[in-house]
Design a protein around this ligand. Structure first.
Ligand SMILES: [Zn+2]
Length: 251
């Protein structure tokens, strides 16, 4: 069985007390899709420890998606002390950015620990990477900071995750082939550059369904949401599901 636990379903602003982007996929490995700043309370709050995490795949290099990595490094240096590093899938420039952030926050001794806790694999649009039997495919996304959508397969089950992106049909069609599809939905009806809102996404998916290009009943889990999504929760209809922190879905 593979399970997705929504550890962080908010965006960069944490409205409603939601944590920033972080999704735990549990199967033969424990994988994090993104690691926002609240990754440590997310992991501990779910009853796991940082040492339980095997792989982290980053959708892009914005702080609400990767800002937890400095905290994970610091935790490992002084508390967790893992015996083998976490595999981290990052775009080019990611390792340097993480080092620069840690250099501002922490001592050189702590910065030097990065190499012991993170083992980087460069992961960019078009790449398919396999880590210990788990595969990750990077799909195009319309955002900034080296964006990508992620199609992940573990134990024969698949998860499609949009990261942050405006509507991009070619990638969404692929995400919808997954057993579980998670799409960002930053607002109910505000047009925000490089993001999608519920009214737009529901209209586009409805059109695809009427053309027979996607199943009308395929659930789409909406995350990376602001307050307006909660305020309009009664208007969110199937196949869409508004998720909240610590919700779980089994495949
Ligand atoms: Zn974001």
């Amino acid at each position: 069985m593979v399970k997705v636990i929504f550890l962080g379903t908010g965006n960069a602003f944490n409205q409603g007390g939601r944590s920033s982007s972080c999704y735990l996929v549990q199967g033969s490995k424990n994988v994090l899709l993104d690691a926002g700043p609240q990754v440590l309370p997310g992991i501990y709050g779910y009853g796991l420890k940082p040492s339980d995490i095997d792989v982290i795949a980053l959708s892009h290099l914005h702080a609400d998606h990767m800002g937890g990595l400095p905290f994970m490094m610091l935790d490992d240096k002084w508390i967790t002390k893992r015996e083998k590093p976490i595999d981290v899938l990052v775009p080019k420039g990611g390792p340097d950015l993480i080092e620069r952030i840690c250099s501002v926050y922490y001592s050189q001794e702590e910065v030097d620990h990065i190499a012991s806790v993170f083992r980087y694999t460069i992961f960019e649009v078009g790449d398919t990477v396999e880590i210990n039997g788990v595969t990750f495919e990077a799909l195009p996304a319309l955002h900034s900071a080296e964006p990508k959508m992620i199609f992940m397969t573990m134990d024969g089950k698949s998860i499609g995750y949009s990261g942050d992106s405006a509507y991009l049909e070619e990638s969404i069609l692929k995400l919808l082939e997954a057993d579980i599809t998670i799409h960002e939905c930053t607002s109910f009806n505000l047009s925000i550059p490089n993001h999608v809102n519920y009214e737009e996404l529901s209209e586009k998916i409805s059109n695809l369904a009427s053309l027979g290009r996607v199943s009308a009943s395929k659930k789409i889990y909406l995350s990376h949401v602001d307050e307006s999504m909660e305020e309009n929760k009664d208007k969110i209809k199937a196949p869409f599901v508004l998720v909240r922190d610590r919700d779980e879905v089994e495949i």
